[in-house]
Design a protein around this ligand. Structure first.
Ligand code: CU
Length: 211
């Protein structure tokens, strides 16, 4: 019998790296994806308080896609010289930060897990996605769909999703360095206009380029 572990083995970091492969329509770049891991046995430990920012700049949200542990706060600073009105109507996650000026910032704390689509009530082209998950191990994909999570060894349920692709769940065992490839399918995604904060269509003028 051969000993599998040597006492001389240095402490190792357990890390799960992976790739999101996205099925897209011809000529379309894949949307950034969010990946999070939940332990199969028991609940994930509470995440330390975390604050991240989604900036409003040039009538876009940057970053456009953010994954946070439940309990995290997202700040929404307005770095434009015009007013914006950040809101969401997502089920169980609705909020309205109201209209606020250049240089001001408001925030939202996400106290429940969910997929939150964030918009501006003035500029319909402004869209962002916040995913709050009940785990500290959550990240977004980088170039070419690559992602990385540092977590304790164990078995995990790994969930991946994007603005345009339904969630895909897979189970992964992590001991040392593990890898996972997850395939998302956004080929059925159809871009559609969304409602303003009142659940009504935006005025047609909101879609004019100079607005
Ligand atoms: Cu706006």
């Amino acid at each position: 019998m051969v000993a599998a572990v040597s006492l001389a083995t240095p402490a190792r970091a357990d890390v799960l790296t992976g790739t999101i492969v996205t099925k897209v329509r011809a000529g379309v770049a894949a949307a950034p994806a969010i990946v999070y891991a939940e332990p199969l046995a028991g609940a994930a430990p509470a995440a330390p308080p975390r604050t991240v920012a989604i900036t409003q700049k040039s009538k876009t949200f940057a970053p456009r896609v953010v994954g946070v542990p439940v309990g995290a706060t997202v700040q929404f600073p307005n770095d434009d010289d015009i007013f914006h009105n950040v809101f969401s109507l997502s089920t169980g996650q609705a909020f309205d930060l109201g209209l606020y000026r250049a240089g001001a910032s408001k925030s939202r704390t996400f106290t429940a897990p969910g997929v939150v689509r964030v918009f501006c009530n003035i500029h319909p082209q402004m869209t962002a996605l916040v995913v709050a998950a009940p785990t500290p191990w959550i990240t977004t994909t980088g170039a070419n769909g690559a992602w990385r999570l540092e977590l304790p060894a164990g078995k995990y349920r790994v969930t991946a999703l994007s603005e345009r692709a339904a969630p895909v769940v897979s189970e992964v065992s992590v001991a040392g360095a593990a890898t996972a490839t997850i395939t998302l399918d956004e080929s059925a995604f159809v871009a559609a206009r969304h409602s303003n904060k009142f659940g009504q269509p935006y005025p047609e003028t909101a879609y004019k380029p100079q607005h």
